[in-house]
Design a protein. Structure first.
Length: 272
């Protein structure tokens, strides 16, 4: 009993330490966002003297987030949707071994995740295809790398019984219909995880837009953060507000999908 209580206390202490590591930076960021530039320069770590919500409005207008936000929503939404669809179509036959050399193909996908990003060949290809500085080109570029979502889908589909495939085939279900009417509903938990991970990668990308999108009208929301950097001085309170503005949509997305992640149940499926 004493050993169990001691282990529980150690677990609580570890959880509280981990919580502090995550919460303290967010608290500090919010505290800085409530300050004026002068107040921050006098004492960066002191508590703010008041709540200045007008800082967010000023940061929104100065960073031109109204235009950048819609661009990021377009890039993230389309890239995530196309990436998940490609991942499902590729993961199902490999997980079921319906294609030859499925294990070898899976290994190639796995190896590609550890290779460096080929920026020069990608830039040359995008430029030769006439897709440089276009929204379609950038969306296609962010869609080509299925990333971790594909690997997770393969592992999850392997846990779904093959009897479902056979039953659907006997009922006359086609390939595409089976994927989207039977398989996809069973994959809600892993789909939610794939959506979040893919969306985070596209939303927070700053290297890609800097290289492939030279037109300011096509820039994503992360580009707006550069507005608060100066040659001799940075506006740290407005920069903190901008970071919180950029982060908020991802937090809302996670809150909306967390019940699928926590649930993790395959209701109605037969586990092999």
């Amino acid at each position: 009993m004493k050993q169990s209580q001691t282990s529980r206390m150690v677990s609580y202490v570890i959880v509280l330490l981990m919580l502090a590591l995550y919460v303290f930076p967010l608290f500090y960021l919010f505290n800085v966002s409530m300050k004026t530039q002068t107040e921050y320069l006098l004492d960066p770590v002191a508590l703010t003297e008041g709540i200045r919500l007008e800082n967010f409005s000023e940061a929104w207008n100065k960073g031109n987030f109204s235009q950048y936000m819609w661009n990021s929503v377009l890039y993230t939404g389309m890239s995530t949707l196309l990436t998940l669809m490609l991942s499902i179509f590729a993961a199902f036959p490999l997980a079921r071994r319906y294609v030859k050399f499925s294990t070898l193909i899976y290994i190639f996908f796995l190896i590609s995740m550890y290779l460096p990003n080929p920026l020069i060949p990608q830039f040359s290809l995008i430029n030769n295809l006439g897709l440089y500085n276009t929204q379609i080109g950038y969306i296609l570029l962010k869609t080509t790398g299925t990333g971790i979502a594909f690997l997770m889908f393969v592992g999850y589909i392997k846990s779904i019984s093959r009897e479902l495939d056979e039953a659907a085939a006997m009922d006359g279900s086609g390939y595409t219909r089976y994927l989207f009417t039977i398989l996809v509903p069973l994959m809600k938990p892993i789909l939610a995880t794939g959506i979040i991970l893919t969306a985070i990668g596209v939303w927070n990308d700053i290297i890609g837009p800097t290289i492939y999108l030279s037109d300011p009208n096509y820039q994503p929301v992360t580009k707006g953060l550069f507005t608060f950097y100066g040659q001799y001085m940075n506006n740290w309170p407005l920069l903190a507000c901008g970071i919180l503005i950029v982060t908020l949509p991802l937090v809302v997305l996670y809150v909306a999908l967390q019940r699928f992640i926590v649930g993790g149940a395959m209701a109605g499926a037969v586990k092999s």
